[in-house]
Design a protein around this ligand. Sequence first.
Ligand code: 4AD
Ligand code: MG
Length: 458
Amino acid sequence: MKHTDIKELFLNGEKFTDKSVTVCGWVRTWRDSKSVSFIELNDGTSLKNIQLIIDKGSLPDNIVKPALVVGASLMVTGKFIVSERNGYEISVTSLEVLGDCPQDYPLQKKHHTLEFLRTIPHLRPRTKYFEAVFGVRNQLSFAIHKYFNDHGYKYVHTPIITGSDCEGAGEMFRVTTQPWNSKAKTEEEYFGGDFFGAKAGLTVSGQLEGEVAAMGLGKIYTFGPTFRAEHSNTTRHAAEFWQIEPEVCFADLKDIIEIAEDFIKFIIKYVVDNCPDEMDYFNERIEKGLKEKLQHVITSEFGKITYTDAVEVLKKSGKEFKYPVEWGSDLQTEHERYLTEEYFKKPVFVTDYPASIKAFYMKQNPDGKTVAATDLLVPGIGEIIGCSERETSLEKLKNAMIVRGMPLESYNEYLDTRKYGSVTHSGFGLGLERILMYITGVQNIRDTLLYPRTVGSL
Ligand code: 4AD
Ligand code: MG
């Protein structure tokens, strides 16, 4: 169907002015007067609707009436004209209803609650809110690829089905083709007959395979779906989320922190520059002061504090936390939010966590208690990045695995990377939905995903 995107019309309005154009889209709203009808049409390419003006004298009623229906899809031709109120409008000369939209269409009103929209995930991309969210998600993804491509990283595709639990937190979804079988006496026997002849699951992180790739390719990143069977029913946890994981050889913790900060600033700036309409919308409708907040993030240095000092800050804060803070315990969201929202008032890297609360692969510090790891915390959300320098010593790595009761034999290939030409290397994982929430002000992770998968809801 030959037609012009509405985005293109707004971008290059002068080129089209007073010419005949054809557009397609869905009716967002319409209104009617004695001699003229108005339709706000949206085709998904632009957050702005194009206003159609229909002179009733020039088009018969039986053509116009079926088009005055919220949700109906149209193909319209008319003269593209400059308008004082809307910038541009189309004075319609011909019109065809592509798809009618009966009265039970759930999006009749202009505003719906996000809770209601979550019950109709198949229709919510037709709302301005979700058009804006998915518009930013798209540009954000592009910015991520651009950053790494511009800096010489190779994009690698790590497996989604895997036998190893990278984070060791026991949150893997199982992948099986086996029917229920009560005859197997042991786990090995049961999974031995399964598709892969072994226990398999959906990856929680591409890191281990990413490290393998980096050990030959130097600098890599992954960008793909990861899965966690976490029972955290919060506004920041999804069972299926997208993660970006760069892995960099010849880089220590200090280097990777610099990379992470530069990267975060770049992708935020890219979105701010390339999604002006969406950012205006979020700034006005979702989070007042959002644009100012992001400008501040781009131009100021992120905070840095060790876990040990952070615990002291929290203890001295005089705040009543639900979970008390003690050295050695994991920071809870309330602690993370105090640090980033009230103490630093900007993004902050908390470094050198106790080894006992972090994953096996992290570089053990000389103090024998902490690891060279960092989480990046941001106001309003908490953790958006988990990061570390990796342990390079084969012996220390094996010991960390033994302490955690991990089966060494399942990680033989990974351990080979430390046996053959081991090098200092570091990496991090950024949750795409978490950074998207931060950039847009969206409060619930369920509103950043096309089809959110969370505990109890598929
Ligand atoms: O801190 P995590 O668990 O780190 C890793 O997976 C490392 N292997 C990363 C690496 O070093 N390559 O997860 C990384 C990030 C978190 O900071 C968070 O942004 C996001 O992934 N994340 C989630 N996002 C949404 N829902 C969940 N359930 C998430 N779990 C983690
Ligand atoms: Mg983490």
